[in-house]
Design a protein around this ligand. Structure first.
Ligand code: P1T
Length: 446
């Protein structure tokens, strides 16, 4: 299989992604910076008409001049111009990526990867994962393919504890970093080197949905597969449900197997959705910078509020893994973050690190609910990563499928609120959070 694209940050003399800890400095004066790739990769002018923006190709099937003689497309589930173009964009955006595969949702992506492991496999998963991922692992794959999952606190567990979780049939390690919703940070190179030392040589997958390819490049840190719910930041406008996998050049065989399953299972996105998401991806770098700057300001505001018990935002200097957050920034995000800190002063010592914040409101379920229903700009809704700000209650919404006892262990309590900070004017967002906190505080006083 030919790589969809080998992007500049990733390619080394042997064509492999960099190994653990491999971080490149962004090149000066090159034509392949992150934002340039977002706009141009997979988006060449149409040869026939000169159209700068690719046309949407809705045809489900393609004419063959003789049997098997065609222009590269046979049937739209197997490939179509919009999906192929968008997959090229994705492979270019996820630094270290060579192959990208798009699916009809993040969850369909999860299902396809786990199905690729075959019957009776064992995986290790970070304990705090998206509720739907937990549900698929424990209630679908466990029943249908005998998948065994050991959930481990990959943030805090020591090496021996993690090694003890490995079995001879451990085929995959599933990482989300930061985790949804408590924003635990996993040291990806550390987990990669532990995986490499185990006889079953499991693949390391990172769900990079929360940070997007802008802030984090797990393939440059040695991961084998990156997965995304593109529904979130990559599309960025809350109007497409889609997912993707991206793999480095040296994982061609795994990519081939997944490509086979993408077609055989058929959980593929429509041409129109691919076109929309490709349009969204063109502004990913601009949006992510704005999400990060706004989230940092909102997190700082929350931190000094008497109505807030705890703020979780890894970009805050007070976050216990703030050093790891900085170390794990992608090369292009590091350039942005360093410049941002220099230009904006660094009194509080934080930096922009994506748009997601979780916080514990003083009080309990009632205060949390009053905050959520009082906010005007932060819409009470599931999902994240759109230009508009959203807020939700993980315990009763996105993580409701996790049993209460496990939720309690993970810290997903009744007073936990999750914010997806959008790109509205930051003063308006802060004013909204302030008035919603006041409204929530009035519940306790009543
Ligand atoms: O919703 P879907 O496109 O199927 O993606 C699932 C998914 C996978 N991984 C992560 C980290 C996610 O956050 C999600 C979806 N999450 C939400 C809908 C949410 O509000 O958290």
């Amino acid at each position: 299989m030919t790589p969809a694209v080998l992007n500049a940050e990733a390619s080394t003399s042997n064509g492999h992604a960099n190994g653990a800890n491999g971080v490149h400095a962004a090149k000066k004066g090159s034509l392949d910076g992150f934002g340039t790739r977002a706009i141009h990769a997979g988006s060449e002018a149409n040869e026939e008409t000169g159209a700068v923006i690719p046309p949407i190709s809705l045809s489900t099937t393609y004419k063959q001049d003789a049997i098997g003689k065609h222009k590269g497309f046979e049937y739209s589930r197997s490939g179509n111009p919009n999906r192929n173009a968008f997959e090229t964009t994705l492979a270019a955006l996820e630094s270290g990526g060579a192959y990208a595969l798009a699916f009809s949702s993040g969850s369909a992506t999860t299902a396809t990867v786990l199905q690729s492991l075959g019957p009776d496999a064992h995986i290790i998963s970070v304990n705090d994962v998206y509720g739907g991922t937990f549900r698929y692992m424990t209630r679908v794959a466990a029943e249908n393919q005998g998948l065994q999952t050991t959930f481990v606190d990959l943030e805090n567990a020591d090496d021996d504890t993690i090694r003890a979780a490995f079995r001879p049939n451990t085929k995959l390690i599933w990482i989300e970093s930061p985790t949804n919703p408590t924003l635990r940070l996993i040291d990806i190179p550390r987990i990669v080197s532990l995986a490499r030392s185990m006889p079953s040589d499991p693949l390391v997958l990172v769900d990079n949905t929360f940070l997007s390819p802008f802030y984090s490049s797990p393939l440059l840190q040695g991961a084998d597969i990156v997965m995304h719910s593109l529904t979130k930041y990559v599309n960025g406008h809350s109007d497409v449900v889609m997912g993707a996998l991206v793999l480095p050049a040296h994982r061609a065989a795994v990519a081939e197997k997944l490509r086979f399953l993408q077609n055989a299972i058929g959980a593929v996105p429509s041409a129109y959705d691919c076109w929309l998401a490709q349009r969204g991806a063109k502004t990913l770098h601009l949006r992510m910078k704005a999400h990060g700057a706004n989230a940092l300001a909102v997190a700082r505001f929350l931190q000094q509020s008497p109505h807030v018990e705890e703020v979780i935002y890894p970009g805050l200097a007070t976050h216990p893994r703030n050093d790891l957050a900085y170390r794990s920034l992608s090369p292009h995000a590091r350039v942005f973050v360093d410049r941002y800190v220099k230009e904006h002063g660094d009194e509080a010592g934080g930096f922009p690190y994506g748009g997601m914040i979780s916080f514990r409101i003083r009080g309990g379920a009632d205060e949390a609910e009053r905050f959520l229903t009082s906010a005007r700009l932060f819409t009470l809704a599931e999902s994240l990563g759109g230009v508009e700000s959203l807020a939700e209650h993980p315990a009763r919404m996105t993580h409701g499928s996790i049993p209460p006892a496990e939720r309690a262990l993970l810290g997903i309590g009744d007073n936990l609120v999750r914010l997806s900070v959008g790109v509205e004017e930051v003063e308006d967002l802060i004013a909204d959070v302030e008035q919603a906190l006041e409204a929530a505080a009035a519940v306790s006083k009543a």
